[in-house]
Design a binder for this molecule. Structure first.
Ligand SMILES: [Fe+2]
Length: 262
């Protein structure tokens, strides 16, 4: 089965969750479009990072199917917030289990795809993960972050957007952010969604993701699209944010260089 046939399969699955109800259908389409863009980001990383052969093909599948659990999640719970519903990675494994999976991949390879779907949203990934599954998970996580970055920035740059689901109904404030969120991000720790209160907290959370990127290509894609500079333009201007910006830029530069030297 070709890549375009897999894209069609995901599209058909997603569209089977359309109900004709505007709010529902908007969110189903949002995640379908997101999945396709994550695939495109993933293909860019696969190409530039020389992830070849079967590993490259399986990595593309992980990117395409990573959010397949989002469709049943929204239908059942009317939210994308895992804490209030289900772990959508786990839901993705179940969705794939229930699908009549096409040929072209062995049972073992489908197991790898399911494992990558299940791990794509894990809080931390075991650093000892190696080989094909590591590439699948690491590329998917980077490709996902790159797209979420642009979606959130676009959303936050449209004030008073009627749709708040994408940022989980956070309070809009021009300068406020939560000190605990800043502290977690600047010290390189992961930050719990439960700590988020203001829209700026979400920007800080996104900034923290930059420290967990796996590939220099991902850092370059984000920078080339102006997403890093835009994030800092949208955060308040103060000494704390300047310090964070310095740390982020240094990290991205190092990540890009390390990969180039390999
Ligand atoms: Fe996801």
């Amino acid at each position: 089965m070709s890549l375009s046939e897999h894209k069609f399969l995901l599209k058909t699955f997603a569209e089977s969750h359309l109900t004709g109800q505007e709010n529902n259908d908007y969110h189903i389409r949002l995640k379908l479009n997101h999945s396709m863009r994550v695939l495109d980001n993933g293909l860019a990383i696969i190409g530039k990072e020389d992830i070849n052969g079967r590993t490259g093909e399986l990595t593309a599948m992980a990117c395409l199917y990573h959010d397949i659990g989002r469709f049943p999640q929204f239908i059942r719970y009317a939210t994308f917030r895992d804490a209030n519903s289900v772990n959508h990675g786990r839901m993705g494994i179940l969705a794939l289990r229930n699908l009549d999976l096409p040929g072209g991949f062995s049972d073992g390879e489908w197991r790898l795809i399911k494992a990558a779907v299940g791990l794509h949203n894990a809080k931390e990934v075991n650093p000892r993960l190696k080989g094909t599954l590591a590439a699948m998970v690491n590329v998917t996580r980077d490709a996902d972050k790159i797209d979420i970055f642009s979606v959130i920035l676009e959303h936050l740059s449209q004030p008073h957007s009627p749709d708040q689901v994408v940022i989980h109904r956070l309070e809009e404030h021009p300068t406020r952010y939560t000190p605990a969120v800043y502290k977690a991000v600047i010290s390189g720790n992961s930050c719990d969604y439960g700590l988020l209160r203001y829209d700026k907290d979400f920007l800080l959370l996104l900034t923290g993701w930059l420290f967990s990127l796996n590939y220099g290509t991902s850092a370059r894609l984000l920078s080339e699209r102006g997403l890093v500079s835009k994030t800092f333009e949208m955060l308040p201007q103060n000494r704390e944010i300047d310090e964070l910006k310095g740390k982020v830029l240094h990290h991205l530069e190092t990540l890009g260089k390390n990969r180039l030297q390999e």
